[in-house]
Design a binder for this molecule. Structure first.
Ligand code: DI6
Ligand code: FE
Length: 407
C-alpha cells in the first residue's frame, strides 16, 4: 500500500506490463506521481489520487517505442518505387544517383522550418498509434550544416510534440557527390570535423552507419565507430540488409546498442550479438517494400537469446511506413514472429535498443509513458490491419488524445 496521494490514477484497467512476457495484471490500477509510475497493482489496493480515470476494463501497455526511423526528410520517391516495379533494383537506382541521394538533394534544398513541417504529419501518424518515444536519424544532409539542420529539426520535434526523441547521426549513410571516388576522405571529414562539431552542440545521442556495398565498408564503419567511442557516444549499425558485410559482429565488438535489418546475418554475427548484448532491430517494412525474400535468421536469434526489437524504418525509399502497428503485423505475417514477440519488440526491447531502462515496461519508477487500447487482447494490436485502436496516450504523466491537432 502506498499512502501518499498520486497525481493521477488509472483504475479498472488491465495492464500488459511487459515484465516477463506480457505481464498480464487484471482488474488493476496504476498510479502516476511526478511523471513516473508510482505504484501498480490490484485495484482494491490503489492509493488515493487527485484525478481518477476509470479505464472501463481496457488494456494498457507501455507507450510504444519506434527505435529506428529516418522520418525527418524532404521530398518523396514514389517515382522510384514505380521504376522498381518496372524492373530497376534498389541498388541500380542508387548507383544512378537516385535513391538516398535524391532525398539528400531535397533535404539540402529545404529550409529548416520547411523540413520540420514536411516531417510533422508522419510523426503525428506514429503518435496517433500510441508511440511515445521515437528515434530519428540524420543522413540526408551529408554536410556539417545539413546534418546539423536535420538533427535540430529532430530535437525540435521533441519540443513541439509530446514525444521523447533520440537523435542518431547517420553521416555515413551515402557518399555525398562532392566526395565521389573519395570515400575515405569523406570518412576522415566525418570523424575529424562533422561528428565532433555535432556532438559538441548536443545534437547526437548515438552514431549509426550504412555498412553495405552501396554504403560504406567494414573498415570505414570501424573508423566511424572509433570516432564515436572517442566522444563517448553509443553506436548502432545498418547491418546485413542487402549482403553480409560482417557488420553485426563489428557493432557488437563496439558494445553497440543494436544491429538493424539483419536479413543476411550469419551465424557468427548472431553469436557476436548475443555475447555483446546487442539488440536485433528488425525492420519488416523495408523487407516488404523491397520485396526481399531472405528473412532475418529469427530462429537463430531466438536460440541465442538476442532481444528482438521492431521499428518502422520510416524513410522515403525503402519503407514509407508510418504505422508501428502495421510493422508488428508485417513481422508476424511475413516472418511468423508471435504477436507477443512483436509487442515486446515495440516496447521493452525497443527501449533497450535505445539504451533506455526507464521506458518500455510498466513498473514503479518507470516514466509514465502509457497507451490505452480498444482491443480484446494485446495480440490484437498486431492483428487488425489499419485499425486505430489507441484510445488515450500518457506522455511523462500527461494524458493526451491519440490524434494531435497542430493547428
Ligand atoms: N537502409 C535503409 O533501408 C534506408 N537507409 C538504409 O541505410 C533507406 C534509405 C533510403 O532509401 O532513403
Ligand atoms: Fe534504416
Amino acid at each position: 500500500m502506498v499512502t501518499e496521494a498520486a497525481d493521477l490514477l488509472f483504475t479498472n484497467v488491465r495492464l500488459a506490463t511487459m515484465v516477463d512476457g506480457v505481464g498480464d495484471l487484471q482488474d488493476a490500477a496504476l498510479a502516476v506521481r511526478g511523471g513516473r509510475i508510482a505504484w501498480l497493482g490490484a485495484r482494491r489496493d490503489a492509493p488515493p489520487a487527485a484525478v481518477i480515470h476509470d479505464c472501463g476494463g481496457a488494456w494498457m501497455t507501455p507507450g510504444l517505442v519506434d527505435c529506428h526511423t529516418h522520418i525527418v526528410h524532404a521530398g518523396e520517391r514514389g517515382g522510384e518505387w514505380e521504376a522498381r516495379l518496372n524492373g530497376a533494383s534498389y541498388e541500380d537506382i542508387a548507383r544512378a544517383g537516385g535513391g538516398i541521394l535524391s532525398t539528400v538533394r531535397a533535404t539540402r534544398a529545404a529550409a529548416e522550418d520547411a523540413l520540420l513541417h514536411q516531417s510533422l504529419p508522419r510523426i503525428r501518424a506514429l503518435l496517433a498509434e500510441g508511440v511515445t518515444t521515437l528515434e530519428i536519424k540524420s543522413g540526408y544532409g551529408l554536410t556539417l550544416l545539413d546534418e546539423a539542420k536535420m538533427l535540430r529539426v529532430a530535437r525540435r520535434i521533441g519540443t513541439v510534440l509530446p514525444v521523447n526523441v533520440h537523435t542518431t547521426f547517420l553521416g555515413a549513410h551515402a557518399l555525398p557527390p562532392e566526395f565521389a571516388g573519395r570515400a575515405d576522405a569523406y570518412i576522415d571529414d566525418l570523424c575529424d570535423r562533422m561528428l565532433p562539431a555535432l556532438a559538441a552542440e548536443g545534437l547526437v545521442d548515438a552514431v549509426d552507419a550504412f555498412c553495405e556495398r552501396i554504403g560504406f565498408t567494414h573498415a570505414q564503419t570501424a573508423r566511424v565507430f572509433a570516432a564515436a567511442r572517442r566522444l563517448g557516444l553509443p553506436v548502432k549499425l545498418h547491418a546485413e540488409q542487402l549482403s553480409d558485410q560482417d557488420g553485426a559482429a563489428l557493432v557488437a565488438a563496439y558494445g553497440g546498442l543494436s544491429a538493424d535489418h539483419l536479413e543476411y546475418l550469419s551465424p557468427a554475427g548472431v553469436a557476436a550479438m548475443a555475447r555483446a548484448g546487442t539488440v536485433a532491430v528488425l525492420l519488416p517494412g523495408a523487407y516488404y517494400f523491397l520485396r526481399e525474400t531472405c528473412m532475418p535468421p529469427l530462429d537463430a536469434l531466438r536460440a541465442a537469446g538476442v532481444p528482438l526489437a521492431l521499428a518502422t524504418d520510416c524513410n522515403p525509399g525503402t519503407s514509407p511506413l508510418t504505422s508501428l502497428l502495421l510493422a508488428m503485423n508485417l513481422a508476424c505475417t511475413l516472418w511468423r514472429m508471435t504477436p507477443l514477440e512483436a509487442l515486446r519488440g515495440c516496447t521493452v526491447h525497443a527501449a533497450r535498443a535505445l539504451g533506455r531502462s526507464d521506458i518500455g515496461t510498466l513498473a514503479p519508477g518507470m516514466r509514465a509513458d502509457l497507451a490505452l487500447w480498444d482491443v480484446a487482447r494485446p495480440s490484437d494490436l498486431a492483428y487488425a490491419l489499419g485499425a486505430r485502436p489507441c484510445r488515450l496516450v500518457v506522455h511523462g504523466g500527461a494524458p493526451r488524445a491519440p490524434e494531435i491537432d497542430l493547428h
